[in-house]
Write a protein that binds this ligand. Structure first.
Ligand code: KG4
Ligand code: ZN
Length: 345
């Protein structure tokens, strides 16, 4: 009998639900982004986010069930993100998951959001555990994390590199704000960078002899450059529209290339150091086209790159991850609480 798991994700500003069969086959996946709601503030406003989750969750769940033509009673277990993330956001998803699991009499599975990002790769054409197989080098790059994790088997992680200050996604969001672009910053930086001449080179924090990252110096370097070129805090009236677009394009590209260079170099270095069989990408920043291209170009090993919609937050990755926990017989009590600072590895 196939096992069908309902996955619920509300850790940040996406309300998402999905039904996944046997950890790999997506039957439905529905995502409602709050980006527009937060864009005026240039970042996620926690109170606004949790209130919106409350409004969106039931319609999103209904939509997820109706697109796969199933009723909730046909679900075998409910998987839900319980951390890390924003407390007020996490709690909405966890409470909904508990209510559904309790009323149906099916198991509740608590999922670590970061582990969920890794399991997005199980929803692709490739089966990571067979081809290339464990151990795997995982990059989880999101709004709150830039982690390099050695995955030796299901549920078995060792954190071998992380950011010492800003996360890569946070740096993209701050860079976009400096350049007067919208939120979330990553897709905006990628969009405006297209066609760049590559004339602006920003510094790289190599942090020698460690697999750790640092992005706050890069953000400051970008800020100083934007001030030098007279486009920050607002563009000088002497700069016409065309000149401004060209400046923003070159600065954005310079920033993007710096992040891409360091992240891809460290991931490939980690893969060699730990003699892994393949690389797995996850988290919103790995939706970045230049990062995907550069990691694939530099890695002598196979790289599993989920489609961009599976890199950013979604419910399918939570259901996929929950399936493998369920298979291991992990049980979660109804008393399960959120853990906003939940670590992995
Ligand atoms: O994984 P995610 O959707 O949510 C968190 O778990 O944080 O990641 C969101 C982050 C944001 O900082 C966003 O700017 C970044 O991922 N992001 C990107 C791209 N798409 C989303 N960064 C660079 N390039 C992109 N195309
Ligand atoms: Zn995420």
């Amino acid at each position: 009998m196939p096992l069908r798991i309902l996955g619920i994700e509300t850790s940040c500003d996406e309300t998402a639900a999905a039904v996944v069969e046997d950890g790999r086959r997506t039957l439905s996946s529905v995502i409602s982004s709050q980006a527009e709601l937060h864009s005026a503030h240039g970042g996620v406003v926690p109170e606004v986010a949790s209130r919106q989750h409350v409004r969106d969750l039931v319609p999103i769940l209904d939509h997820a069930m109706s697109t796969c033509g199933m009723s909730l009673e046909e679900v075998d277990a409910v998987a839900v993100t319980y951390g890390p993330g924003l407390a007020g956001s996490l709690i909405t998803g966890l409470n909904a998951a508990k209510a559904i699991a309790y009323s149906l009499g099916v198991p509740l599975i608590g999922v670590n959001h970061l582990e969920g990002h890794i399991y997005a790769s199980w929803l692709t054409q490739t089966n990571p555990e067979e081809d290339p197989g464990f151990p795997l080098a995982c990059l989880v790059a999101s709004g709150g994390h830039t982690d390099l994790l050695l995955m030796e088997g299901h549920g078995n992680y060792k954190l071998v590199g992380q950011t010492r200050d800003d996360a890569a996604g946070e740096a993209f969001d701050k860079a976009a704000r400096i350049l007067g672009l919208g939120f979330p910053g990553g897709p905006e930086i990628q969009r405006v960078s297209e066609g760049s001449t590559g004339e602006v080179r920003l510094p790289r924090a190599w942090m020698k002899d460690t697999l750790d990252f640092s992005f706050s110096g890069l953000k400051t370097a970008l800020l100083h450059l934007a001030q030098d070129r007279d486009i920050y805090p607002s563009p000088s009236p002497e700069i016409d529209e065309e000149q401004l677009a060209a400046l923003v394009r070159e600065l954005a590209a310079g920033f993007q290339e710096s992040v891409v260079d360091v992240v891809s170099a460290k991931l490939v270095e980690m893969a060699a150091k730990y003699r892994v069989k393949g690389l797995v990408l996850g988290g919103g920043v790995t939706a970045n086209a230049r990062l995907r291209e550069e990691i694939t170009r530099r890695s002598p090993l196979p790289v599993i790159v989920p489609p961009p919609v599976l890199c950013t937050d979604n419910g399918a990755m939570i259901a996929a991850c929950g399936y493998f926990q369920f298979q291991r017989g992990e049980e979660w009590p109804m008393e399960l609480d959120i853990n906003p600072g939940l670590p992995l590895g």
